[in-house]
Design a protein around this ligand. Structure first.
Ligand code: 9WN
Length: 518
């Protein structure tokens, strides 16, 4: 055991044990509206213990009992309902409301996630702007003293102790005392969410809101550059696929297996033991195996997470021991857009951002061009150490539209990819991996299915570049997908078959936003 990987009791900072034991009850939530499509009932099946309700982050637990567990089968399509789409969406957000924050989905995701809460608040602003603000201020409980916003804030319920122990945020001196969090971040959509909520408020309220959120936003963007751009290139690096939000996206999984795969995972691969390991996976209680990560991917993700924990989530320590760091295209595009909104927020309240942050912001706008591949006519993520472009196709190549800083000519090149039926143009776009890629799988998580959040980002980018017809068409097909199949986590891009979790919060929230913000 390394010096940083002490047991929670030994490493705990003052106040932490109280947190872990605190039998804090979640705010009572109201029963879902009767029109709410039925969520999966796996946890109520006989033979599933309370532990089986452990969430995705604990989806592989080596210490779990070896008894075979029932695996989820494809759910039937949700029952037809007479409620309108926006009523259904609002009912899902209500059912997933835990008081100060909204869980992404009952059972599978019982904690608070960073970019989920941002997307959720963007939808909530249409139904209850106060609640939308609360969704974002509750994220700040988790902010580390170095400015990092963690990708997860754990529920304090005793039954989730194991999830908190997987991460042990208390091994870092920067983690907060009052909540347990993960030790990595997620795409910085926060400035977008803060700004959009501000658009619903009158001028004095908007100023108060922006003033309230600005210090946390500055600290977060500062941390991204200071901690994650050590060579001052204008691009920030990520240390784990979970930081991209597109967890098993092909370029990251290839790099992960090439750089970090330990001997014991290679052994499992060689001995074809993956089906046996599946018996320990919690996520498969809720979602069929073909719709989630492969088992080898899950093992690698948890192994990579443990390596970060051993270094107390300290980026410079991680980088001295590992070659696995990527300047992710999606993450950096979202940061670039967030930077421009941060400037807008500061301007509204007559505040000036620190000079060094302004310099970094300007550098980023130019640095994105270093990810352009003239020969391939597209943008890629880049290996932080070698500067090699990671030329494995994914939806990330469309994200510079959302960044908004590329030229109109470049934007037009990306729009042609979007129009291409062999790449991003199935019946229900936008697939998370282009159809002509050998990695494309219509069912598997971020390796093919269409997602509402990435559609939303692309629609926003298309509008800002004036591709209004494309934006309208993608909006319509997104809403058609939800009308046809319900508020699934993701959808088969050829058939719109619902996949992953049901009654998924950001699908509901962004549906509301697409309905209201035409
Ligand atoms: C790991 C909550 C999160 C999203 C991510 C999505 C998925 C978690 C998981 O769920 O990630 O963070 O268990 O796979 O990939 O984008 O924020 O909805």
């Amino acid at each position: 055991m390394s010096e940083s990987e002490t047991q929670p009791e030994e490493a705990t900072k003052s106040g932490q044990p109280a947190l872990l034991e605190r039998p804090e009850k979640p705010e009572p939530t109201e029963e879902p509206e009767s029109e709410l499509p039925e969520p999966p009932k796996a946890a109520e099946e006989p033979g599933l213990s309370a532990e089986a309700e452990a969430p995705a982050e604990a989806e592989f637990e080596p210490e779990a009992e070896a008894a075979p567990t029932p695996q989820a089968e494809a759910e039937p399509e949700p029952a037809p309902t007479t409620a309108s789409l926006d009523e259904q969406a609002a009912a899902i957000l209500k059912a997933n409301d835990r008081g100060d924050y909204t869980v992404p989905a009952e059972d599978l995701y019982p904690h608070q996630w960073l970019w989920d809460s941002c997307f959720i608040s963007i939808g909530l602003r249409w139904t209850d702007v106060d609640r939308a603000q609360k969704e974002l201020t509750s994220l700040l409980r988790g902010q580390w003293s170095n400015g990092m916003l963690p990708h997860m804030i754990f529920s304090p319920e005793p039954r989730y102790r194991r999830d908190r122990d997987v991460w042990r945020s208390w091994v870092s001196p920067y983690s907060p005392d009052s909540v347990a969090t993960s030790g990595i971040t997620q795409p910085p959509v926060l400035a977008e969410a803060v700004w959009r909520i501000g658009q619903q408020l009158n001028a004095p309220e908007r100023r108060t809101w922006y003033k309230q959120m600005l210090p946390a936003l500055i600290a977060y963007h500062d941390w991204l550059y200071i901690d994650r751009d050590p060579h001052q290139e204008g691009l920030v690096l990520q240390l784990h696929p979970w930081e991209t939000g597109l967890d098993n996206t092909p370029p990251w999984m290839t790099e992960l297996h090439d750089h970090l795969e330990p001997w014991w995972i290679r052994g499992i691969r060689k001995a074809r033991l993956a089906p046996f390991v599946n018996m320990f996976r919690r996520d498969l209680h809720y979602v069929p195996p073909g719709q989630r990560f492969s088992t080898l991917d899950v093992l690698s993700l948890f192994d990579a997470q443990r390596r970060l924990r051993r270094k107390a989530y300290d980026t410079s320590r991680v980088l001295t021991h590992s070659l696995f760091a990527i300047e992710d295209l999606t993450f950096n595009c979202i940061l670039i857009r967030a930077n421009s909104l941060l400037l807008e927020i500061a301007k509204t309240v007559n505040e000036k951002l620190p000079d060094h942050l302004i310099e970094n912001i300007e550098k980023s706008n130019h640095a994105l061009e270093s990810l352009w591949d003239e020969y391939g006519g597209t943008y890629w993520s880049r290996d932080f150490i070698t500067h090699r472009l990671l030329k494995q196709p994914s939806i990330a190549s469309l994200m510079p539209l959302y960044a908004g800083t590329i030229t109109k000519e470049r934007a037009a090149v990306l729009v042609r990819q979007l129009e291409n039926d062999k790449k991003f143009g199935p019946a229900f776009p936008v697939p998370s991996v282009p159809l002509d890629s050998p990695d494309f799988d219509p069912d598997r998580y971020w390796q093919g299915p269409s997602w509402l959040n990435t559609n939303w980002l692309i629609i926003d980018g298309l509008k800002r570049y004036g591709f209004n017809e494309h934006a309208a068409a993608l909006r319509d097909s997104s809403l058609e997908m939800v009308t046809k199949s319900g508020f699934a986590e993701y959808f088969d891009p050829n058939t719109a078959e619902p996949l992953g979790a049901h009654n998924f919060s950001w699908t509901a929230a962004l549906t509301l936003d697409l309905l209201h913000d035409k």
